[in-house]
Design a protein around this ligand. Structure first.
Ligand code: FES
Ligand SMILES: [Fe+2]
Length: 431
């Protein structure tokens, strides 16, 4: 089927045909009409991660963000509850807050002064008499997102009043989210260390979960690491066809770069190298005390880093919570929140933050190169004489693992296929 001259706009069913078993049509990354369909049928329908409750610990604390294209406020009310409220005054629809974070006693609309409390209730309307006697303030509270649910502090919302529960949506991803949290002996993180923000002129679907690129896009970094430390980060060990590391498609679009095998092989030497480092021995003892020897070692082999993409907008990589905010077909914002661990020596958290800055900071070794390659990808896809993108890597060698996940080698495109399979399914369901 030649879809190089795809009619625009087209139906969700036609769009779903753009994702084939081994290839996808480049227009899924470039077409603004398809982007708008993605917003309607994916971002405005499925569960999205809004943030982590630890960002807003005290009553009145809030973060402003977007669910797809819609502005929302994640706020902790005076009653201690975390809500996701549409950032839209019930009078004429003005955004109540434009600052990204803050802590308030009330939200006052800048246009005509309507006042809402931190639970979203409308408390005051200037000269309310003009609305007549029957005017009921309680009917004009801020509109909550239709569904909100949490998993261990991760706040999710869906703009659809119906659909599967968050529990069903996350499925096997929960065990990997647990790893990210349980690398704290208290099982708790704090996401208030700040945020590394980046925006680039490329499609949101390029972000993350590619085990094929590190040796090329990040060549300088890996060359440097190999010179400093020959074992553990060498090309053959982590990101090549010879590597024992894996890619996994967990289902529902959740995918991961499973770097457990190489870390496991190097765990004894890793422990040896960490012993005596500032804070490490106390931290290791606290982990064993909290989780028992076996589970503590398991979590530490992973280093609390599941490197998972929870479809469609959350990724947990290293110490960071990464949120992906699509802006347009060719514009994306990525927010990376480095987290610190509760119940650990300061030195452990300091090294987490320094490691984050080194690879994901604005002048770091990693992220800027990723943004650069995404922009080049977008430029390349503007050439549509031959519009298909090949995603067949490892297709014939992937297997179904005992846990039901589809598994490939670390350089295989099992992850991209897994994400786009869910993308296709949601488009087909909308048809
Ligand atoms: S639009 Fe908010 S008070 Fe008028
Ligand atoms: Fe990268």
């Amino acid at each position: 089927m030649d879809m190089s001259d795809l009619p625009v706009p087209c139906t969700p069913r036609e769009i779903s045909q753009l994702v084939q078993r081994d290839r996808v049509h480049g227009s899924i990354y470039t077409s603004q009409a398809i982007f708008e369909m993605e917003m309607r049928h994916i971002f405005h329908r499925t569960w999205l991660c809004v943030g982590h409750a630890s960002e807003i610990p005290e009553p009145g604390a809030y973060r402003t963000t977007r669910l797809g294209t819609q502005s929302v406020i994640m706020a902790r009310g005076s009653d201690g509850e975390v809500r996701v409220l549409m950032n839209r005054c019930r009078h004429r629809g003005v955004a109540l807050t434009e600052t990204e974070t803050g802590c308030v006693r009330r939200f006052t609309c800048p246009y005509h002064g309507w006042v809402y409390d931190t639970t979203g209730e409308l408390k005051l309307v200037p000269d309310a008499d003009a609305y007549g006697r029957g005017f009921d303030l309680s009917a004009y509270g801020l509109t909550p997102a239709p569904r909100v649910a949490q998993y261990r502090g991760f706040v999710f919302a869906s703009l659809s009043p119906e659909g599967e529960s968050l529990d069903e949506h996350l499925g096997p991803a929960k065990a990997y989210m647990d790893l990210f949290l349980d690398v704290s002996p208290l099982g708790e993180i704090d996401a208030r260390a700040g945020v590394t923000k980046t925006s680039f002129r490329a499609n949101w679907k390029f972000v993350g979960m590619d085990g094929y690129h590190p040796n090329y896009v990040h060549k300088t970094v890996y060359d440097l690491r190999r010179r400093r430390k020959p074992v553990g980060s060498a090309k053959g060990e982590s990101f090549s066809d010879e590597s024992a590391n894996l890619t996994r498609d967990l289902g529902k679009g959740h995918v991961m770069l499973d770097v457990y095998p190489v870390r496991k092989a190097n765990y004894a030497s890793y422990l040896q190298s960490m012993s005596g480092r500032p804070g490490w021995d106390a931290y290791y003892a606290a982990m064993v005390q909290a989780w028992g020897q076996e589970r503590a070692d398991e979590i530490l082999v992973w280093a609390g880093d599941p490197h998972i993409g929870v479809f469609p907008n959350l990724q947990l990589i290293g110490s960071q919570i990464r949120l992906i905010r699509p802006v347009a077909a060719d514009v994306t914002e990525v927010l990376m929140f480095p987290t610190v661990l509760k119940g650990v020596p300061d030195a452990i958290n300091e090294s987490r933050l320094r490691a984050h800055e080194a690879f994901y900071g604005p002048a770091s070794q990693g992220s800027p190169d990723d943004a650069e390659i995404f922009e080049r990808n977008q430029i390349g896809l503007s050439a549509v004489v031959d519009p298909w993108v090949l995603l067949a890597r490892g297709l014939d060698r992937e297997k179904v693992d005992v846990d039901g996940s589809i598994v490939g080698t670390i350089t295989d495109e099992t992850t991209q296929r897994g994400q786009l399979k869910q993308w296709k399914l949601l488009m087909e369901q909308a048809a």
